[in-house]
Design a protein around this ligand. Structure first.
Ligand SMILES: Cc1cc2nc3c(=O)[nH]c(=O)nc-3n(C[C@H](O)[C@H](O)[C@H](O)COP(=O)(O)O)c2cc1C
Length: 300
């Protein structure tokens, strides 16, 4: 089940996605985190953030809408407490997810995490749909995406994976802009902008009105985008994310072009899902005569 994600060796491709496992503490009550391929931590910003007003989750038939709004304790606290606490529980690669409201903030937070933590990869979220004047604003224009990539690359030697938004007409143009600006890898997709209305209250369910939809309903969209980007940017490592909830879908995502796979909303429904997927993978590989997962990356 070993895979290479750029130059980083993972014991398997299964990674809980940013925002769905905090900094690992709660998930570690369900299983030993050391079975994971890697772990992607909650999006970290310069300042502590309380996030958006409640309600900020709306359940949907094939997933959920969230508008958490990047709630996190801020980079000082993440470096001083969250990362060391995670390290006590987990020896594998940490993917530090970073967000910002300006290019300078992205660069500053990345530089701090680079110098003051032992994260293996910086995953730069230019795709959060739940904050104003930040996040997704940078991921919906090739020029802005390239600018963030360049600014971050200038302050770190760690691999930089840009996390892309599906809320664009042409995902390939954004992916190419990031790669040309020096990105070492890409992660896609973040959530799809959506809405639910409480028809009895005649109000949006989410206090923030709109939120990011994810879960099984977005899987075909994520798969298509991973496949398009992997064909357009050959050789660039991709973390596939969006709607994955079982071992077969991990394999499907890898055949589309992903070197590793993040699991998001599925953790909220079943906190053991990453463990169950890792345990199920060998039998699915045997059934499909796959000797090494590394061999199937991008074969379709
Ligand atoms: C509750 C929640 C919080 C999230 N927080 C973040 C975040 O802080 N940073 C980020 O890059 N993505 C965040 N995401 C997006 C996920 O990491 C993932 O890209 C997306 O949900 C698609 O995967 P899924 O369909 O498996 O959920 C969040 C998703 C959910 C459901």
């Amino acid at each position: 089940m070993k895979v290479k994600l750029g130059h980083i060796a993972l014991q398997n491709p299964v990674i809980p996605a940013s925002g769905t496992c905090g900094f690992g503490q709660e998930m570690s009550e369900w299983f030993d985190l050391n079975i994971l391929g890697a772990i992607a931590t909650k999006g970290t910003t310069l300042e502590a953030r309380y996030g958006n007003a409640l309600p900020r989750i709306a359940e949907c038939p094939a997933g959920l809408i969230n508008a958490i709004g990047l709630q996190n304790p801020g980079v000082d606290e993440v470096i001083a407490h969250e990362m060391p606490a995670l390290r006590k529980l987990y020896r594998g690669p940490i993917i530090a997810n970073i967000s910002g409201f300006s290019i300078d903030e992205y660069a500053y937070v990345c530089e701090r995490i680079d110098k003051e933590s032992d994260a293996a990869i910086l995953e730069v979220n230019i795709s959060c749909p739940n904050v104003h004047n930040g996040g997704m604003a940078f991921g919906t224009s090739p020029e802005a995406a390239a600018e963030v990539t360049k600014a971050v690359k200038a302050v770190t030697n760690k691999p930089v994976f840009m996390k892309l938004s599906p809320n664009v007409t042409d995902i390939v143009s954004i992916a190419r802009a990031c790669v040309e600006a020096g990105a070492d890898g890409l992660c896609l997709i973040n959530t799809v902008l959506g809405m639910r209305i409480d028809i009895r209250r005649r109000k949006p369910v989410i206090a923030n009105r709109y939120g990011g939809y994810s879960g099984p309903g977005v899987f075909p969209i994520a798969l298509r985008m991973v496949n398009q980007v992997s064909k357009a940017c050959p050789g660039i490592p991709i973390i596939g994310c969006g709607g994955v909830s079982n071992a077969e879908e991990v394999i499907e995502m890898m055949m589309a072009g992903a070197s590793a796979v993040e699991i998001g909303a599925a953790n909220l429904q079943n906190p053991q899902v990453c463990r169950e997927i890792i345990e199920a993978l060998p039998a699915v590989m045997r059934e499909m005569r796959i000797d090494h997962l590394q061999d199937i990356i991008g074969i379709v």
